[in-house]
Design a binder for this molecule. Sequence first.
Ligand code: CTP
Length: 217
Amino acid sequence: MIKSLKFLISAGPTREHIDPVRFITNASSGKMGLMVAESALNSGHQVKIITGPVKLEYPEKAEVIKTITALEMHTAIMQNFPECDVLVMTAAVCDFRPVKTSINKIHKSDETFILRLERNPDILLSIRRSEKKQTIIGFAAETNDVIVSAKRKLEKKRMDMIVANEVGGKDYGFAVEHIKATLLFRDGEKREIGRCRKKDIAEMIVNEATRIHNKTN
Ligand code: CTP
C-alpha cells in the first residue's frame, strides 16, 4: 500500500506592484505546479498549493492558498512547510520588488523613469528541514549553462532534486505544454529527460519525491 504524503506545492509567478495598476512579474503560467498537484492527488497524496496570480482552475481536492507577492508567498510557505513531507517549488518567484509601492497611480513627468528595486527573500534558502526530514524539489529555468547553473542551485539551496529546465526554445519552456528537462540529484546522479510533456515530468517528480522521502524516513 502507498503511504499518503503531504505535498506542499508552490506555483505560478509572483507580482510586485509599482502602483495600483502596474506591476513586475514573469511569464510563469502555473501549469507545472498544477500538473504536479494533479499527479500527486492521482497517486493518493494530500496536496496544498501556494499559488501566485494565475488563470488556472486547481483540482477541488487540493487546498489552495492564494498569494500575490513574493513576501506573501514566503510567509505562506514558511507557515505550511513544517507540516509537509514534500515541498515542490515550481513557483517563479520575482527576485526583486519596488522599494516603494505608490498608493496612487504614477503619472509620467520626465522622459526617463528610475525604478528602484530591492531583493525579495529566497524562500528555499530560508527553509530549515524539521525532524520530518522533508524532501525538497526545486526548478531552475535557464537559457544557457543550464546544468552548471542548476547544479549550483541544487547545492546552495540544499535540495534533494532539481529539475533543470531549458527555456527560450520555441516549443518548450514557459506557458507551453512541453519542457526540456534534466533531473539532477543530491547524490550527483544526472538523468537527462529531453523534451517531454509537463504532465510526464510531473509524474516523475511525484515518483522521485516519494522514493527519496521513503529512503530518508
Ligand atoms: N526560489 C525561491 N525563492 C526565490 C527565488 C527562487 O525559493 N526568491 C526557488 C524557485 O522556486 C526554484 C529555485 O529557487 O525552485 C530556483 O529558482 P531560480 O529563479 O531558477 O533561481 P534563483 O535562485 O533566483 O537564481 P538566479 O537569480 O541566479 O537565477
